[in-house]
Design a protein around this ligand. Structure first.
Ligand code: GDP
Ligand code: IMO
Ligand code: MG
Length: 420
């Protein structure tokens, strides 16, 4: 049996915190896509940790963690991350497995990401510059090196061949930065990675499922950044939605039970691309300040706006969301008035559907206005203590989405999650 936790907006919904909360109820936590573009923030003993590639179950001794085949892994970032986890007294090798199908991010992938963004200029994606796009391009282009290849004798010659190809592309971009030190770090990190438990990920997971073990698949990025269903081309390069669990881990669709979708009580986006409910005013600034909305991976300020139910309902549909976790409810504590986007007006027509290209024509969001609750909710533990105005806000979401908010997160801490 596999349950899934994934993002329903443009990322940074608080997936890491939610996975860390639920991990003790699972035998295995698995990342199925994405790579170090993700930044999942957890608070362990009150100390902040940001995980990029290691699943967010790593701090629970009784939970095994696997980096699945759908992930693109940067060994250099992996090594640093492992050191951070170890600084908490965790034996990282014991409970962490890496699938042999996991694709490697090479230093030249990072260089190509940078060169491509520079080439795009104004039209850039706003990539995290971690080499994600180029690494997935090599996967679908059938050139990639995978973790299992590390065990081949001819790995170095495979690497050199691909590196030469990348150099030609970099020359085309007139990219002249010296990346030799990146390569030194890469080869050192590969040695480190080789010392981990590299497994047949698909058998590993399916055998555990057959034994009756519970698997939790941890999404990175989110529905609106999905390569197929997101705001293309301003997306990431993997399938971030629940279907990605099947291809990323090698599990059949009928093995998936619960799909827990995570949304903020408002909305943010980092990087370029359309964002209909974005607030480029004092209210947006207030949300950024109160929500501490700065990227966990790049530190960039996140764009902020009201919750968008058109996009959220679409995300619930595509993912088959069974229950919703609404995070950062506490960030709305001091607003007198809150807005919920219930439809878009595009070319003078009102619609509740996400269009193919959000940027083709300007989108005017139509809002329903709610009274704020003006109460500090961050120390509330029980659902019945939540202010009535928050209950009304949630009831509206439930009715519109046809899927219920079952959990409310009211702070970044492990214990700040209320079951409704
Ligand atoms: P992820 O990428 O989805 O795991 O989310 P990030 O870690 O990038 O961003 C979420 C941020 O919000 C982190 O700084 C979390 O510590 C913080 N956070 C998560 N849940 C809550 C919440 O309910 N309230 C508040 N105030 N912060 C939260
Ligand atoms: P988590 O898992 C928010 C965004 C980037 C950029 C676009 C493409 O922490 O929610 P990429 O590096 O993938 O080529 O960037 O996607 N992006 C994210 N935004 N949270 C993330 O991950 C993201 N990962 C990528 O900002 O706009
Ligand atoms: Mg994040």
């Amino acid at each position: 049996m596999v349950d899934v936790i994934l993002g329903l907006q443009w990322g940074d919904e608080g997936k890491g915190k939610v996975v860390d909360y639920f991990a003790p109820s699972y035998d295995i936590v698995a990342r199925f896509q994405g790579g170090p573009n993700a930044g999942h923030t957890l608070y362990i003993d009150g100390k902040k940790v940001v995980l990029h590639q290691i699943p967010s179950g790593i701090f629970h001794q009784g939970t095994q963690n696997i980096i699945g085949g759908g992930v693109v892994l940067d060994p250099v970032i992996f090594k640093k991350e492992c050191a951070t986890v170890e600084s908490f007294g965790i034996d990282v090798r014991k409970n962490l497995f890496v699938s042999h199908r996991t694709n490697l991010i090479l230093p030249t992938h990072r260089a190509l990401d940078k060169a491509s963004e520079l080439y795009k200029g104004e039209g850039k994606i706003g990539s995290t510059l971690k080499g994600i796009g180029p690494a997935y391009m090599d996967k679908t282009g059938r050139n990639a090196l995978r973790v299992g290849d590390l065990l081949n004798k001819n790995f170095t010659s495979q690497y050199i061949k691909l590196r030469l190809k990348h150099q030609k592309l970099l020359d085309n971009f007139n990219f002249t930065e010296d990346i030799s030190s990146w390569e030194d770090d890469f080869f050192e990190a590969l040695e480190y990675l080789r010392s981990f438990q590299i497994v047949n990920g698909e058998y590993f997971i399916n055998n555990k499922i057959s034994e009756g073990k519970k698997v939790l698949a941890e999404g990175a990025q989110a529905a609106m950044l999905d390569i197929d269903f997101g705001t293309y081309p301003y997306v990431t390069s993997s399938n971030t939605i629940s279907a990605g669990v099947c291809t990323g881990l090698g599990v059949a669709p009928q093995k998936i039970k619960q799909v827990l979708g995570v949304t903020k009580s408002y909305c943010t986006r980092v990087g370029s691309g359309p964002f209909p409910t974005e607030l480029e005013d004092n209210t947006g600034e207030e949300l950024r300040k109160l929500g501490n909305e700065f990227g966990a991976t790049t530190g960039r300020p996140r764009r902020c706006g009201w919750i968008d139910l058109v996009a959220l309902k679409y995300a619930c549909m595509i993912n088959g969301v069974t229950d919703i976790v609404m995070t950062k409810a506490d960030v709305l504590d001091s607003f007198d008035e809150l807005k919920i986007c219930t439809s878009y007006t595009i070319d003078n027509k009102e619609t509740q559907e996400v269009p193919l290209q959000m940027e083709r024509s300007p989108i005017t969001p139509n809002y329903k206005i709610f009274k704020g609750w003006n109460t500090d909710t961050s120390s509330i533990k029980e659902a019945n203590e939540l202010p009535q105005n928050m209950k009304d806000y949630i009831a509206y979401l439930n009715a519109y989405l046809g899927t219920n908010v079952k959990y409310v997160s009211n702070g970044p801490g492990r214990d700040q999650l209320i079951i409704l």
